[in-house]
Design a binder for this molecule. Structure first.
Ligand code: G3H
Ligand code: 13P
Ligand code: ZN
Length: 338
């Protein structure tokens, strides 16, 4: 039987994106696959009073079981009532690649879905996206589409080369499909190795500096669809602190490089109102687990390494909300009187 996200106490992304555009901040979209990640996201956003999007990829859905995931999200709603009663959040399908997958999520309590038709040509992408929008909007579920291709390799999302979004296509895509937000490609990339050393320069300390994001493309897009919510995928900063802990405790993440925080700060002030972060959370958890395994080799209680990893992830999330996305404190502004 179908379950509506409204019955679960979730919200779609419309109200939070409107506030983000108006207030010059971006809503964080954090991916989760397990209980500790979910707890860190919920507690980090509750403590910093940040609207947020809980994001589930199709890989996460397979890993954690779709039914369990839905009840985990429902459990998070109940937990939120105890820790920050006015704060709301969305449950979003990340990189949905078929109509059937999007429909299944909509029928099972998701409040928002992404249909990623970026591997198709413009017409096929628009037709698939429109089909998802027509189904989703019957239930007031919001839909994110994508134009342009991001580079990067992950379980379910992969492309060797990026193709920037062509600004001249965005108006027609938005008008044809009726999407609620649009993911664009301006130089971000999925995963922890976002750029090859050849694509980067080195600073005086020999640290890799990635090529800057194409803010000129973003500005051109903003001119063509003013006030329309834009999404940035592949926006982890690959924080050097955690890469260093991983590598000094037996890891081998060579040439890991992410999107500098100043560039995300700048993007968050623009029409970019959703910023996707997955790899940074993975790196934090891996760093803390590796450190504990190295320092306490006799430890075998998962709570003793997953607990500290969860605590560090929560701290990272609070820091992102406060210092990078500017979303901290905005929960009260949007839902404080509800
Ligand atoms: O953009 C992709 C997300 O980081 C999800 O990755 O497919 O490995 O779960 P995944
Ligand atoms: P990162 O790999 O940069 O965290 O990007 C995640 C993402 O875009 C999820 O859709
Ligand atoms: Zn993505």
């Amino acid at each position: 039987m179908a379950v509506s996200y409204k019955e679960l106490g979730l919200v779609n992304t419309r109200e939070m994106f409107a506030a983000a555009i108006k207030g010059g901040f971006a809503v964080p979209a954090y991916n989760f696959n397990n209980m500790e990640q979910l707890q860190a996201i919920v507690m980090g956003c509750a403590e910093s009073d940040s609207p947020f999007i809980l994001q589930v990829s199709s890989g996460a859905r397979k890993y954690a079981n779709q039914t369990l995931l839905r009840y985990m999200a429902q459990g998070a709603v109940e937990m939120m009532k105890e820790v920050n009663p006015h704060l709301r959040f969305a449950l979003h399908l990340d990189h949905g690649d078929t109509f059937e997958l999007c429909k299944s999520c909509i029928d099972n309590g998701f409040s928002s879905v992404m249909i990623d038709g970026s591997k198709y040509n413009f017409e096929e992408n628009a037709a698939l996206t429109k089909k998802v929008v027509e189904y989703a909007h019957q239930f007031d579920v919001t839909v994110e589409g994508e134009l342009g291709v991001l580079a990067g390799i992950e379980d379910e999302v992969s492309s060797e080369k990026s193709h920037y979004t062509q600004p001249e296509e965005v108006e027609a895509f938005v008008a044809k499909t009726g999407v609620d937000s649009l993911a664009i490609s301006i130089g971000t990339s999925h995963g922890a190795m976002k750029f090859t050393p050849e694509q980067c320069t080195r600073n005086a300390d020999g640290v890799l500096v990635p090529p800057p994001l194409r803010f000129d493309i973003l500005e051109e897009i903003e001119k063509r669809i003013p006030g329309f919510p834009i999404v940035l995928h592949g926006s982890s900063s690959v924080l050097p602190k955690y890469v260093k802990i991983i590598n000094s405790n037996g890891g081998a993440l060579k040439d890991a490089v992410g999107i500098p925080e100043e560039q995300l700060r700048k993007a968050a002030k623009s029409a970019v109102c959703k910023i996707n972060i997955d790899s940074d959370g993975r790196l934090v958890m891996t760093a803390i687990c590796r450190q504990i395994f190295a320092e306490k080799p006799a430890e075998f209680d998962p709570r003793k390494y997953l607990g500290p990893a969860r605590e560090e992830l929560k701290k990272m999330i609070i820091a992102k909300n406060e210092n990078v996305l500017g979303s901290a404190g905005k929960g009260k502004l949007i839902w404080g009187d509800k």
